[in-house]
Write a protein that binds this ligand. Structure first.
Ligand code: ZN
Length: 599
């Protein structure tokens, strides 16, 4: 079985972990283990047991040493071994694996490190996989001889959030740390936000203040409205700071609080805000001016908490002289590239920035690009976190072959030392594969995305894998063959078809492959996984309309019914989150209405 790229290096001498379903190995933990060391040992016991059929006992290091041990965490065995790697700073989540004689050492950083050491050993060294919350692949091998590659690794990204599943166990196994995965503190916890994003209305609630104090809110065309806050009003700074402090008090474990603009447009156009912006050549000026003051107020009570603000839409450009304070994180959203050009990575982004004119940016839009904005921020702060977009937001199920771009963005951003990446990816086509591949890339951006997709496909789809692998290749090829694919951006309105970049030839080819995959499926469970992915192709046909489907000798009402059956079984409820947020029910109605009109 191929080891993962990260474990490349000179392997140590072979050890026999199990022979004929029996093992001479025991797992050793400190006499007073941390909860993470305890958890790491239990995971090893469970999965090594599943793998080999052998029982791996967990012993305290107060017991006499044996020849064959897997030492987990800061044991007396580790201290006695005097390994150089044991002195390395592994941060919160880094890990190291070492071998001396017949003893294996799994060492981890302060928080999840020991657990990650265990999973890295099993995944990278023994070929175990945890593809989805309900789908692991641990193939029984009663005899396991392994040549372990000694290594240490600290992930370059402190925040790794692929917006997947919100499942603590899956997150732990695949080393993501989203706040919404709720990994408990005893397993090493997760990134703790006090407030997550778009928080102006939470910080200064319009229901409480707008009537009496419209001047707290943003001005547009001479009128105040609640789209944003008036960011140069000192009272607004005071109220926002108080609310933020209250919120932090309620969440004592919080590491980050978001003080960030509401979604949508509408920077304040009052004279005071505009004077500041004009002097600084960017509407981010009013924002940074405001956030810095709130951040200074928070720092007095919470010196270790970071204040996250968005550079997004109108606040994307770095101001000329204003700089974010050292406790402010700039969460840079890639909207100006990825909404328009989802198949162009930021590294290759040459613009233009479509709404630059309406944001009052002096440069011609075609001389601007998200890449330039990003590099601008990199020059003025070390605290950058990324909000990337990984889904077709107008057509969730549409086939979206963007994994190479996702991978290249992660690589590009980590090359520039960003601290975290969040990928907005809800509802994506082939969601299970994308979720897993994304976790691997966020952990180690050097991983090969094509190899990862292959790994998932051959491990997840059973005997249907060959057909699904060919479908994946077919999808990859449409990016090369159809330059117009650039037009399928995430804001394509659902009323226009928006999926025309997929040729009839592609749809026919994909249909043949899915028929084959369904025929080959080992059992109902695998069949369901195939059908879940097939929704993409059915969706495109149905969006083309009844005539298109009938021309292909398919039964239009039956196709709608089948789509509905699969979508309901898979708990899919949303087809789009733009232009009115189209639900499954609304989409089914749209299709059935079209059929009725045709009768
Ligand atoms: Zn203002």
């Amino acid at each position: 079985m191929a080891e993962l790229a990260q474990a490349e290096g000179r392997p140590a001498a072979e050890i026999a972990l199990a022979v004929g379903g029996e093992t001479e190995y025991v797992i050793v933990i400190p006499e007073s283990p941390t909860t993470q060391e305890q958890k790491a040992a239990e995971e090893l016991q469970q999965w090594l047991g599943e793998l080999t059929g052998a029982e791996f006992a967990i012993l305290s290091d107060a017991e006499p040493a044996r020849a064959k041990e897997i030492s987990v965490g800061r044991t007396s065995r580790l201290a006695a071994a005097n390994l150089a790697v044991a002195k390395k700073d592994l941060g919160d989540e880094g890990y190291a694996i070492a071998v001396k004689g017949n003893r294996l050492y799994l060492i981890g950083g302060k928080r999840r490190g020991p657990i990650y050491a265990a999973f890295a050993f099993m995944e990278e060294g023994l070929g175990c996989r945890w593809y989805a919350p309900e789908v692991s692949r641990v193939l029984r091998r009663p005899s396991v001889r392994v040549r372990v590659v000694p290594r240490s690794y600290v992930p370059p990204l402190a925040i790794r959030d692929p917006q997947a599943y919100f499942d603590a166990t899956w997150s732990l196994r695949n080393r993501t740390n989203s706040g919404r995965d709720h990994v408990p503190e005893k397993w090493g916890g997760h990134i703790n936000y006090a407030l997550f994003v778009h928080t102006f209305n939470t910080l200064v609630p319009p229901s409480q203040y707008f009537e009496e104090h419209p001047e707290y809110y943003s001005e547009h065309n001479g009128k105040r409205d609640t789209r944003q806050l008036c960011l140069t009003n000192p009272e607004v700074v005071k109220i926002a700071t108080q609310t933020a402090l209250r919120s932090l008090k309620e969440r004592p474990n919080a590491e980050i609080i978001s003080v960030s603009q509401n979604d949508g447009g509408g920077y304040c156009q009052c004279p005071k805000c505009l004077v500041l912006d004009e002097a600084e050549g960017s509407h981010a000026a009013q924002l940074i001016h405001f956030v810095n003051q709130v951040a200074a107020g928070i720092e007095k009570e919470y010196p270790d908490v970071l204040i996250s603000t968005l550079a997004y839409m109108w606040s994307i450009k770095v101001p000329k002289t204003l700089r974010p304070r050292q406790n402010v994180v700039i969460r840079l959203a890639t909207d100006t590239c990825m909404w328009r050009r989802p198949f162009v990575s930021v590294r290759n982004d040459e613009g233009p920035v479509p709404r630059a004119a309406s944001w009052g940016l002096a440069e011609a839009p075609n001389k601007l690009s998200f890449k330039k904005f990003f590099l601008g921020w990199c020059k003025v702060t070390d605290n950058i976190s990324i909000w990337d977009y990984w889904t077709n937001f107008a057509h969730y199920p549409a086939p979206t072959p963007n994994m190479e771009v996702v991978a290249d963005n992660i690589r590009f951003f980590t090359e520039h030392k960003v601290g975290g990446i969040f990928g907005e990816s809800e509802g994506a086509d082939r969601e299970a594969m994308k979720n897993w591949v994304e976790t691997k890339l966020l952990w180690d951006p050097s991983r090969n995305v094509r190899e990862l997709m292959k790994d998932f496909i051959w491990g997840y789809y059973g005997r249907a894998a060959p057909a699904i692998a060919r479908y994946n290749d077919l999808l990859g090829s449409i990016r090369k063959g159809f330059p117009d694919v650039r037009e399928m951006h995430s804001w394509t309105p659902p009323s226009g078809r928006g999926t025309d970049y997929l040729s009839q030839e592609f749809l026919d080819g994909a249909t043949v492959l899915f028929n084959e995959a369904e025929r080959m499926a080992d059992n109902e469970e695998i069949l369901h996984r195939v059908e879940r992915d097939r929704l993409s192709i059915m969706y495109v046909k149905l969006m083309h309309g009844p005539e298109f489907v009938i021309e292909r000798d398919e039964d239009y009402p039956a196709l709608i019914d089948r789509f509905e059956t699969i979508a309901r079984r898979e708990n899919i409820t949303q087809m789009s989150i733009v232009s009115g947020r189209r639900t499954l029910d609304e989409t089914l109605k749209l299709w059935r209405d079209e059929w009725r009109e045709l009768q």
